[in-house]
Design a protein around this ligand. Structure first.
Ligand code: AMP
Length: 415
């Protein structure tokens, strides 16, 4: 069933969204995720349905943490939807409020992760012990009960939280078991995300250039190895540059490095050579004498950084090399910044990458940007409307590109 086909008239829809928005001093600092869910929520209301919206916020780890309460976002959601939003203080005790909802009305449930059952991981028991296995079994059983309760509030379930679709949580997957298969569907945001991944995977126009940045090799090695089987060029940038430089015996000063991943870096280079993929790594870095925006700066070769200095951004030669590698691309995937882009004095490398991606897009490339930090980069440099698609998913996007079936999608498809 698709959301466009479904008849919501007189029905209550429980919708899993990703309202995990950043909040500082009680104020939402970036409402992208709320805006992302609006098309689905508005469509259901327009079609005569009532909405029960559910989400997590942050990592309360099964405990009630007032600073992670979704109550804080009620005014923002209400303004975005243009209707009042009721709030259920306890997502497991919302029966009466859900039952009383009329078409066009909206109820937001409190943070699902106030309950450990949402994630289904035992709390307070050490992993690897027999107690843990027992606790896990018990937790899986109570996770089902938790999901069943959520399902009991509504006639249908709409999955629209791409950012958590790679997790088999109560609200993102398990809940599907308690609805008829004709009453579960993807939301519009999920449909768009799936389509964007599909554009990259099944409809690859070449050359395909992937740009992987960020702080560490370890968190991205799975996707890097996977991409080597698909791309024509792979740009590796950001903090992982120094693990590669170190692996070749370079001097990297105080730069971020994963000393236990030197062999992994060499393995990536070997695999790239075997697959005939052009690997593009930074050769020079803009270094700082401390990890701060106001640090003194100098440009050094990325494998000859003196003690007391650390590589914080791609250097001028590297920026040119990255731009040249991106030029002419027809499919682009970008995940992770090319430096500490949060510091205005060390964001030139990430800006150069973003601008090159925008230029290639203007010349006909399909560019997919994913992961919180690359999205923040694109926004910071005013390039959001100059790329093809900005994904709301970080880990979920990478797992989908790796070809993994996301539990949130599998649940909807009945797999
Ligand atoms: P990730 O979460 O692995 O995608 O990493 C994103 C973070 O990597 C951003 O917060 C960047 O500031 C950081 N980063 C990028 N380049 C460097 C670098 N050269 N040194 C330290 N951190 C970096």
């Amino acid at each position: 069933m698709t959301i466009n086909e479904y008849n919501f008239a007189g029905k209550k829809a429980i919708v899993r969204v990703d309202f995990n928005v950043p909040i500082q001093d009680g104020k939402i600092t970036d409402d992208t995720r709320i805006r992302g869910a609006l098309p689905t929520l508005k469509l259901i209301l327009e079609k005569g349905g009532a909405l029960i919206i559910m989400s997590h916020m942050g990592k309360p780890k099964g405990k009630v943490k007032p600073e992670l309460s979704l109550k804080q976002i009620v005014p923002a959601v209400s303004e975005a939807l243009g209707v009042p939003v009721q709030f259920a203080d306890d997502c497991q005790k919302a029966d009466a409020q859900a039952a009383a909802l009329k078409p066009g009305e909206v109820l937001l449930l409190e943070n699902l992760r106030y309950y450990p059952e949402e994630e289904g991981k035992p709390v307070g028991v050490e992993k690897g012990t027999p107690e843990y296995d027992e606790a896990k079994k018990a937790m899986k059983a109570s996770q089902k009960e938790f999901a069943k309760k959520l399902a009991s509030y509504a006639d249908c379930w709409v999955m629209d939280a791409f950012g958590t679709a790679h997790r088999k949580h109560a609200s993102t997957a398990v809940i599907a078991d308690y609805f008829d298969k004709n009453d579960v569907m993807l939301g519009l945001l999920m449909e768009k995300e799936v389509q964007a991944v599909d554009n990259v995977l099944s409809n690859i126009k070449r050359p395909f250039v992937a740009i992987m940045g960020g702080s560490k090799v370890s968190s991205k090695i799975g996707i890097i190895e996977n991409l080597l089987g698909k791309v024509d060029k792979l740009i590796l940038c950001g903090g992982m540059t120094y693990t590669f430089a170190k692996a070749h015996g370079g001097e990297i000063g105080n730069s971020i490095v994963e000393l236990d991943k030197l062999d992994v870096a060499l393995g990536v280079e070997k695999l790239a050579a075997e697959k005939g993929v052009e690997l593009v790594l930074g050769t020079d870095s803009v270094c700082g004498d401390s990890f701060s925006n106001d640090a003194n700066q100098k440009v050094c070769p990325s494998n000859a950084i003196p003690e007391g200095w650390e590589g914080l951004d791609a250097g001028p030669k590297t920026q040119e090399a990255f731009k040249a590698a991106i030029k002419g691309a027809k499919t682009i995937l970008w995940n992770g910044p090319a430096g500490v882009f949060e510091f205005d004095n060390f964001c030139a490398g990430s800006r150069a990458v973003g601008e090159a991606v925008a230029e290639a897009t203007a010349e006909g490339a399909f560019s997919l940007i994913g992961g919180g930090d690359s999205v923040a980069c694109v926004n910071k440099f005013g390039l959001a409307d100059k790329v093809s698609y900005i994904s709301t998913g970080g880990g979920a996007l990478l797992e989908a590109i790796e070809g993994k079936v996301l539990p949130g999608i599998a649940a909807v498809k009945g797999e």
